[in-house]
Ligand binder design. Structure first.
Ligand code: HEC
Ligand SMILES: [Cu+2]
Length: 340
């Protein structure tokens, strides 16, 4: 009785938690595929689900039929005849699973090769976009080596093309996962893994580190931004262009603050970045700060004054004593870093 009372008290709460668990995240789901990789994974998952459902239904149907048909009736005092070993039955329940497993194995094996393929996109050839990914505690570095620049925490790709990701890790093991576009692949220090993804439509697809990698693991998010090819090319051009002088005086002062406080030692504002911190070349375009804080001047100030307070274990030093004037100028400078 006591147990039932406890269950009754917590049941509505746990049901609510279950329902709400899907809220909040926009497209951090593998159940709404937006690319050929994730579509294949989804279809294969459904196939195994249907096979399992079929087995469950058949087994339970037989179970209940036998339960009803062979139950003990009044007057049945004798133990029924004991049978052991029926060749027909043995063959049946060996052959059926073999058939079912074969149905599962054929697409799984061909699909696994399809997913592991790291050849360039046949239609785009040598223009296939290839991005070097490095997982850090607790941010992602995206190097476009051929083009000669680093994108910060948002990775841009062209729509409808196979994009190759070359996966590395700087410190510990992380896992690169964009559920709407494909499967997850670990990034491991000293080892290079590969993954290709393709987006069927333009959009912003949320990604996450899927390997417990330290204190702020849960905040190690990123975004894949898929653009039409011409928009993508324009973005690449913006990222490779000379970094323009800030036009506003406040932003100009901010750049001096950025240099004096050695922010520049860890954060590139153009070209290839470093492994010390995310490149800020297009920071003004980002919708988040440190991948999870809403992008507002208040949050940006809070972040610069105390990064570890907002993201435990973040490697960036704190600047608690920066004057308000310097802070205002610095923020104006950071917001001026945009690519149209
Ligand atoms: C020792 C290297 C280092 C220095 C110096 C440093 N940062 Fe950082 N910064 C980092 C790292 C590492 C991160 C990523 C933290 C994370 O998300 O885990 C970061 C993140 C950021 C972000 C968020 C970037 C994004 O993609 O959302 C901003 C903005 C930023 N730093 C600004 C500054 C400014 C301004 C200064 C100077 C006042 C500065 N940083 C100094 C290492 C540094
Ligand atoms: Cu991680």
């Amino acid at each position: 009785m006591k147990l039932w009372k406890t269950v009754r008290r917590f049941l509505p709460l746990s049901l609510l938690a279950f329902v709400l668990a899907g809220c909040g995240e926009t497209n951090l789901t593998a159940l709404d595929p937006k690319g050929p990789q994730s579509q294949w994974l989804f279809d294969n998952m459904l196939l195994s689900l249907y096979i399992m459902a079929f087995v469950t239904i058949v087994v339970f149907a037989i179970f209940f039929i036998i339960l009803a048909k062979f139950r003990r009736n009044p007057g049945d005092d004798e133990i029924p005849k004991q049978v052991h070993g029926s060749t027909a039955l043995e063959i049946t329940w060996t052959v059926i699973p073999i058939i079912l497993l074969t149905i599962l194995a054929v697409p799984t094996i061909t699909g696994t090769f399809m997913l592991a393929d790291k050849e360039p996109d046949p239609e785009v050839g040598e223009n296939t976009v290839s991005i070097k990914v490095t997982g850090h505690q607790f941010w992602w570095q995206f190097d476009y080596e051929k083009e000669g620049f680093t994108a910060g925490n948002d990775v841009y790709i062209p729509v409808g093309e196979k994009v190759i990701f070359e996966l590395h890790a700087q410190d510990v093991q992380h896992s690169f996962w964009v559920p709407a576009l494909g499967g997850k692949v670990d990034t491991i220090p000293g080892i290079t893994n590969h993954l290709w993804l393709e987006a069927d439509e333009p959009g912003v697809f949320k990604g996450k580190c899927a390997e417990l990698c330290g204190s702020a693991h849960a905040l190690m998010d990123f975004k894949v931004i898929a653009l039409e090819r011409d928009e993508y090319d324009a973005w690449v051009e913006g990222m490779t262009a000379e970094v323009p002088e800030p036009t506003e005086t406040l932003a100009q002062q901010g750049r001096a603050v950025f240099e004096e406080n050695s922010c520049i030692g860890c954060h590139a504002t153009g070209g290839m970045g470093t492994a010390a911190g995310p490149a800020l070349s297009n920071f003004g375009n980002r919708t988040t700060i440190a991948n999870y804080l809403e992008h507002t001047p208040e949050n940006l100030e809070a972040w610069i004054r105390d990064p570890k307070g907002l993201k435990q274990g973040a490697v960036m030093p704190a600047y608690p004593a920066m004057s308000d004037e310097d802070m205002e100028a610095l923020i104006a400078y950071l917001e001026s870093l945009t690519i149209d």
